[in-house]
Ligand binder design. Structure first.
Ligand SMILES: C[S@@+](CC[C@H](N)C(=O)[O-])C[C@H]1O[C@@H](n2cnc3c(N)ncnc32)[C@H](O)[C@@H]1O
Length: 256
């Protein structure tokens, strides 16, 4: 097996993103392929918002090697990519270049510190994507603890998100974090604002039939005109996403 290899994900015939993968000491290879279901959502939302807003602004927090940033960029967003590890941000930049994309804003920062600062500055984004780990560290040793800090993070995110023509993707992979906790968080911070919301589990099904849980995801859209008369978000908690064959068929290993 080579130390490094490439994969490609096709949104359609002309728009593709490329990742350089490799074996690492931290036991990741550089991509979480099940996130393809979120890349599709991000790509579609940026395309649809672009019909009303020139270059929608998207913020990707805890952004790792950049799958979601590349999806947003491929669809035409003005994207800010933030992660606390410099080498991981360099890896994401390499993926951008391999994907023939450019002009992503790279930040090596602590996610919580950054969103608080953006709230103070009165900044707004059309899309916010978060895939926070259960525990993590900022570049200056700042602690990130999902269970203790996600509420404050979502409060800041709700202030940063444009009130219309916007979307949010919150992905969590922590066995102690149920879809009901995510539902409560979304209702607390986005109730009466979202025009559509869906919460579900991402999973893969083995050929034996056993289902491997890969995280809980919440996705919401805020669109003008659809809100009238809504008292509560119509959250569909039965919604289940999974990378079925349609998604996996778009993922290729590049032979060099
Ligand atoms: C689970 S990965 C995200 C996976 C990625 N979204 C994807 O699907 O490709 C979590 C990322 O959060 C970063 N991280 C951890 N603590 C952080 C913090 N306090 N601020 C910013 N990024 C942090 C890690 O470096 C890691 O790249």
């Amino acid at each position: 097996m080579p130390d490094q290899w490439r994969i490609q994900y096709d949104f359609n015939k002309s728009e593709k993103i490329v990742f350089r993968l490799g074996l690492t000491s931290f036991k990741h290879v550089g991509v979480f392929p099940e996130q393809a279901v979120n890349w599709e959502y991000i790509y579609e939302n940026v395309k649809s918002i672009s019909k009303k807003v020139e270059k929608p602004k998207v913020l990707n927090l805890f952004a790792y090697t950049g799958g979601s940033s590349l999806a947003a960029k491929a669809a035409g967003a003005d994207i800010t990519h933030l992660d606390s590890i410099k080498q991981v941000v360099s890896w994401a930049r390499e993926n951008m270049e391999l994907s023939n994309l450019d002009d992503i804003r790279w930040l090596v920062e602590d996610a919580m510190t950054y969103v608080k600062r953006e709230v103070k500055r009165g900044k707004r984004y059309h899309g916010i994507i978060l895939d926070p780990p259960a525990f993590g560290h900022g570049p200056n040793g700042e602690n990130w603890k999902l269970e203790e800090m996600i509420n404050e993070m979502m409060k800041c995110v709700s202030e940063l998100l444009e009130p219309e023509n916007s979307f949010l993707v919150l992905n969590t992979y922590s066995l102690g974090f149920s879809s009901l906790i995510i539902k409560n968080l979304i209702e607390e911070h986005f109730e009466k604002r979202a025009s559509s919301a869906e919460i579900g589990e991402i999973y893969l099904q083995a050929t034996s039939g056993v289902v491997l849980p890969l995280g809980v995801v919440a996705r919401i859209c805020l669109r003008l005109g659809l809100l009238k008369g809504l008292k509560k978000i119509p959250i569909n908690t039965n919604y289940t996403f999974f990378p079925d064959q349609a998604y996996l068929k778009r993922l290729f290993i590049i032979l060099t």
